[in-house]
Design a protein around this ligand. Structure first.
Ligand code: EPS
Length: 390
């Protein structure tokens, strides 16, 4: 089982993260982080902050000569734009100008409840930690997990399927590989396989930005190469769908999660909503359709994993009516630099938290102190499954 812990405020000195539970022998070099870190920062509708932050990941521990060593992996990303000088030593603190208190909570944000709960009359400490800037280090922590999955033949991809209520078309016969190729070709503005939707989405973002508004959307993550049986039906906490849903809901601004055609399934009769089972010598046990999105009984079926995460519009730019914490009088939140849409970033972050859950599920089922031990146990299991019904 993997344990993940992050710390850091959006404008604090740095973001740090620890990943515990990785086996030894997983290849990991600093370059493995670059593509994901860049992808998480791009996307049409992001604010200027991304131009300030190179998001270069430093590996502090747990890796030796390009391989994990089984001990906790500690990662660090320095914040260039750091103004939240909480615990800085005096000389540095003196150089950082004091920020005016933020006493008007942003509606739709954690500001008000966090300030009430933790006893602040300045919402800054809440806003700083609630910020989705934290996803930079969470995504970074997924990189060792992604490398482990790659070594086991598992590949995933996250992409945007709706923005501001306007849905993209996903090719019916797409695979992770074909989606990756099409996203690589057209990833300049949005991570979507539907090039035709891009001008309309850009227009929506431009209009929202001009009127001081923001947009939410939907991302989808597909993962292929999973064996049947990750997760378990025996206990609610061991169900893989429980864990995937919790991991996705744990991303800032995500308000709902769907597995496979879950929402549609709820409105269909069972004969149309469920997947038949088939056995052939070429494919073994499988399902010709995949309405379940690759999970039944809280376990992977071996079909493609398909999950969706739904993001609300970012509260920052909207400046809805609020009230001052000191007086209770009506007030508008102060202008606060923000993204107009971060749905594109969500694609990479959703992919990351799912990679962490899947790697964790592999380790739980197959154990192993080294990648080789894990791969051998997986091979043995696959041969056992191949014998069934032969
Ligand atoms: C965020 C607000 C913006 C985003 C930030 C998340 O930052 P700032 O207030 O500094 O302009 O750009 O996201 C990132 C910096 C990032 O790397 O993802 C928020 O309030 O959640």
């Amino acid at each position: 089982m993997l344990k993940v812990l992050t710390a850091g405020e959006s404008h604090g000195r740095a973001l740090v993260g620890i990943l515990e539970g990785m086996p030894a022998g997983v290849p990991l070099v600093p370059e493995d982080f670059t593509g994901l870190m860049e992808r998480r920062q791009t996307g049409y509708g992001r604010g200027p902050r991304r131009l300030l932050e190179p998001d270069r990941v430093e590996i502090l521990s747990g890796v030796w000569q390009g391989l994990t060593i089984g001990s906790p992996i500690a990662l660090l990303i320095w914040n260039r734009d750091h103004r939240f000088a909480v615990l800085e030593p005096p000389p540095l603190e003196a150089e950082v100008p004091a920020e005016a208190p933020l006493t008007v909570p942003i509606p739709g944000h954690g500001d008000l409840v966090g300030a009430l709960k933790y006893g602040f009359d300045d919402v800054r400490p809440v806003r700083e930690r609630a910020s989705a800037r934290e996803t930079a280090i969470r995504a970074a922590l997924s990189v060792p997990a992604r490398r482990l999955l790659q070594e086991l033949g598992v590949e995933g991809i996250g992409f945007v399927t709706a923005l501001g209520g306007k849905a993209a078309r996903v090719p019916a016969r797409a695979t992770v590989a074909s989606l990756r190729a099409s996203l690589d070709r057209q990833s300049r503005w949005f991570l979507t396989p539907d090039a035709k939707i891009v001008p309309a989405w850009k227009r929506l973002v431009d209009q929202a930005r001009r009127r001081g508004d923001s947009l939410g959307g939907v991302v989808e993550v597909w993962v292929e190469g999973l064996p049947p049986g990750l997760g378990s039906h025996v206990d609610p906490a061991r169900r893989l769908d429980t864990r995937i849903a919790a991991a996705l809901m744990g991303i800032q601004a995500v308000r709902a999660v769907e597995i496979g055609d879950g929402i549609r399934q709820s409105g269909l009769p069972g004969r149309k909503a469920l997947d038949p089972i088939k056995f052939t010598t070429e494919r073994g046990w499988h399902r010709p359709s995949n309405r379940a999105g690759g999970i039944e009984g809280g376990m992977t079926t071996g079909e493609r994993l398909v999950v969706r995460a739904f993001m609300k519009p970012i509260p920052g730019p909207c400046r809805l009516p609020s009230a001052d914490l000191r007086t209770g009088r009506p007030a508008l939140p102060a202008f606060y630099r923000s993204d107009t849409s971060a749905v594109d970033a969500l694609a990479g972050v959703a992919e990351s938290v799912i990679a962490l859950e899947l790697a964790s599920a592999f380790l739980e089922k197959f154990g192993g102190d080294t990648l080789d031990d894990l791969a051998t146990a997986l091979e043995t299991y696959r041969s056992r499954l191949a014998k069934i019904a032969r």
